[in-house]
Design a protein around this ligand. Sequence first.
Ligand code: GLU
Length: 289
Amino acid sequence: MSRTITRFAPSPTGQLHLGHAFAAKVAHDLALGSDGSFLLRFEDIDHTRVRTEYYDAIEDDLRWLGLDWQPPALRQSARTHAYATALETLREIGVAYPCFCTRREIEEEVARMTSAPHGPEGALYPGTCRKLTADEIAARLQQGAQAAWRLDATRASSLAGALTFNDLQHGIHRVDATLLGDVILARRDIGTAYHLAVVVDDAFQQVTHVTRGEDLLPSTHVHRLLQAMLGYPEPLYLHHRLVTDENGVRLAKRHDALSLRSLREQGARPSELLSRLAILTPTGNVAAP
Ligand code: GLU
């Protein structure tokens, strides 16, 4: 058996809140419970949203909670070459295609279609640019058009064959490659995107157990497909419940009062917070202070 390696992967775009603390604790305890390693990864590819002060603030909050990670913390912004290499591989295999559509064009196309593909969170990319010929692509590029890159999910799925993933809480899932459609692998402005970066880095950091909120469970269908295409090992998964406020609303940056920073300023102690997280209700509710 390989040693358990987990990671906590926040974006430095705001203060950590109780939901992050719960996610970090789940990852930390799973690794440390079996003498493994708990890693920290900053998901900071979207430089338009990152604020530099949050790197230190996040590390400081984690230390305050006693959730020590094995250094160094990885920054995705330093790994663009690795994402470019992986994208190149996907292009060579023929499962990535350039997409020139604007958001507006996609919305208009979806509105025109009688049966546009839909996923768990609404309309999926209708596949417009998948049909472009090599000549059409060359012409657009020559006109100076910038392309994003999308996964050809159907083609990838037929190459990969049947896939599954195993979630410690939710059991074995059969991968539905088209659940999220032809997701973006590389945004035109930043040259990569969440799905590609997370899969490349989980393999690079040799993560054995990917723990994260259950809102990301649909993404795992895409991630398994990318892992198969890139020849990466299959990690185990644990999609945990989300921490919500007293009204059942998932915590977000707007819940300032539940940021670890505010709770600290109000005199909360780490042991109290961690024990409060340990007695979350099955739906993940925590009472506001
Ligand atoms: N950066 C993501 C988040 O903050 C985590 C993604 C992941 O764990 O795969 O929710």
